[in-house]
Ligand binder design. Structure first.
Ligand code: HMG
Ligand code: MG
Length: 285
């Protein structure tokens, strides 16, 4: 039975590769993005303009954006923690950018060396600048279930940060279960709170598969009305500042699952599997 459209937002070249121990050459990242560009995605996160001291793997982000063959209809996205990152992303012709906040203070400090409030002070000028030039800004909330430093996170805290991101102009809010601690029940409780403040059509699920529950959490989110899911080919990835965060949910598995459930994704499963093999190879070399 056909159930309508469900989008997978590919984050492999960014979230998938940012935590790899091996220094991956720009040419390999470009090859991965170019292959992904043929698979039918509308949005691919390819870069991150953060401190190279903090995340060495993302140091070549400008070169990646400069080296890819841009396909029509695809927005190539980049993470930016501050105005400097935003300016570098715009100079490298990122089509959209993302600011990233945390629902917990502990992770906020470890990840970006700022409290939640300080992070929003950094985001405000980014949103202001982006509005002038019509660059869409996505907002992430990390630790929507549990924080590796502060423990369990209340749904009301997630809703508070999601509301702030949406109110300041983020067109979509991606909810990160950064360490894969969620269960279908806790994800549903979190979404109930967030749906009250951000329309469900503006939410995305970003579930790491650390404990093997990401797919069940996607199912719970589908039943709550969420229709956008972040995933990384090959199931690579994780955040260097979230111990145990390894493994985004794998794009190829999510696409197969959504298709089997009757959702249209517009993606070519064979090409995604090819990209997954390439991504795994990049890790293995
Ligand atoms: P700081 O040390 O507080 O900032 O870092 P600072 O202003 O004092 O700058 C420190 C150094 O960074 C200076 O250079 C600056 O020039 C430089 P140094 O003097 O050491 O040579 N710097 C920059 N360099 C390049 N681009 C920039 C930039 N800004 C400053 N934009 C900062 C603050 C935010 C920079 C730092 O904490 C940082 O880069 N953090 C990166 C965190 C990160 O990338 N985490 C992974 C992504 S988030 C994630 O994965 C979660 C997500 O997937 C969702 C989920 O799963 O939950 C999105
Ligand atoms: Mg992530």
């Amino acid at each position: 039975m056909k159930k309508g459209f469900c989008e997978i937002f590919e984050v492999g070249p960014r979230d998938g590769l940012q935590n790899e121990a091996r220094e991956i050459p720009v040419s390999e990242k470009v090859a991965l993005v170019d292959l992904l560009s043929r698979a039918g995605f509308s949005r691919i996160e390819v870069a991150s303009f953060v401190s190279p001291r903090w995340v060495p793997q993302m140091a070549g982000s400008g070169e990646v954006l400069g080296g890819i063959t841009r396909a029509e209809g695809i927005r190539y996205a980049a993470l930016t923690p501050n105005l400097r990152g935003y300016e570098d992303a715009v100079a490298a012709r990122a089509d959209e950018i993302a600011v990233f906040a945390s629902a917990s203070e502990g992770f906020s400090r470890k990840n970006i060396n700022a409290s939640i409030d300080e992070a929003f002070e950094r985001f405000a000028p980014i949103l202001e600048e982006a509005r002038h030039v019509d660059i869409p800004v996505r907002g992430y909330v990390s630790c929507v279930i549990e924080c590796p430093y502060d423990g369990k996170v209340a749904p009301a805290e997630v809703a508070r940060v999601a509301d702030r991101l949406f109110s300041m102009g983020c067109y979509e809010v991606s909810l990160g279960d950064t360490i894969g601690a969620g269960t279908p029940d806790s994800i549903a409780r979190m979404l109930l709170a967030v749906r009250d403040v951000v329309p469900v059509g503006r939410l995305a699920g970003h579930y790491h598969d650390t404990k093997g529950r990401a797919m069940a959490n996607i199912d719970a989110s589908l039943s709550m009305g969420v229709r956008v899911f972040d995933a990384a080919v090959g199931g690579l990835g994780g955040c260097p500042f979230a111990p145990g965060a390894a493994g985004n949910v794998a794009t190829e598995a999510v696409n197969a699952h959504l298709t089997a459930l009757g959702y249209e994704t517009g993606l070519d499963q064979a090409l995604i599997e090819e990209a997954a093999a390439m991504a795994r190879q990049m890790r293995a070399v």
